[in-house]
Design a protein around this ligand. Sequence first.
Ligand code: NAD
Ligand code: WQD
Length: 339
Amino acid sequence: MKKQCVLVAGGAGYIGSHTTVELIAAGYDVVIADNLSNSEMRAVEGVRKITGIEVPFVQVDCCDREAFRKVFEQYDFDSAIHFAASKAVGESVEKPMLYYRNNLTSLMNLIDLMHEFGRHNIVFSSSCTVYGEPDKQPVTEQTPRKPATSPYGNTKQMSEDILRDSMKAFAGMKGIALRYFNPIGAHPSALIGELPRGVPQNLVPYVTQTAAGIRECLSVFGDDYPTPDGSCIRDYIDVTDLAKAHVAAIGRMVDGKSKSEYEVFNIGTGRGVSVLELVKGFERVNGVKLNYRIAPRRAGDIIAIWADPTLANTELGWKAERPLDETLASAWKWQQSLK
Ligand code: NAD
Ligand code: WQD
């Protein structure tokens, strides 16, 4: 039987590269399209090494519709995953137009081309950022979205709406938005992982760079929040577990199991972990001492958020499995491989 093919737009990036590995492990063919604006070919090489397959890669800007069209002319995929977006919250406040243009145009081009070429299934990378500061924990898919606090967050809300409305209009097409919580860690092989550019904005890359001596000291942003130890709480999800959620979402659509043309799933562990718990866990698991200090709160931070992943568990048949300790060990192994 001919293998199903999946287009992974943004597949040279952190989550896209891990997802490509899991798609191939599940028996799909993959073609990666990426403009390398926030990634490097080494991720594609890493994917090829892990899978033993010369995964096709096309360097293309998904915002350039005519160039993107050629990928559709050349490859016969029926499903696509859209990772191709800019993701730095702070930068989005300074350069809103870059975020609106890149994140929305690349998605709209993908949807339009899928429609034009008669291709059917789309998975979209959404984010728990759409919930803002929730009134109740854990958050379910029914938890209301709050007004976005950054242009980046706004692009995720707008993208969800664009996908919902277009799937409704384009008969036969299906879309799934996955709302990721906080993806961390790296592939067990340490051949792929997160490659932050410049000073990391996210917690775990800052932790691993501090442990490696690249950063002098980790700032823990606030210890006076109304949480058990005073630091913020998040739902940290292993990147391979997250990657597998995409395989499940594609499978659901390919197998005709979707309950409507547009669906949304929370992809988290269901477990809230504080910044201080994460820092101490990292030290314990890896046997390293982290230089950290308590710093003032970071503007715009959510106090606490974690997922209710029941819907993904029951409908997608997917569950986060990797223990946090293993994920923290993989993050350190990856950091050390970068020397
Ligand atoms: P990443 O930056 O590592 O990956 C994104 C990839 O898309 C990069 O390889 C980049 O070069 C590519 N890209 C960007 N714009 C493009 C364009 N116009 N054309 C072609 N390629 C383009 O980021 P990631 O962490 O892997 O995130 C993937 C997706 O998941 C993004 O949409 C992001 O917003 C979303 N997301 C990420 C997180 C997170 O914490 N990492 C959380 C929630 C949602
Ligand atoms: C986690 C916790 C910080 C760095 C962001 C985006 C969100 C999503 C994931 C894409 C917070 C604390 C951090 C540091 C710290 N991305 N921290 N010292 O803020 O939950 O979410 O990434 O969709 O949209 O907003 O993740 O990793 O930045 O922070 O104390 O040096 O770690 O205050 O409590 P966040 P993060």
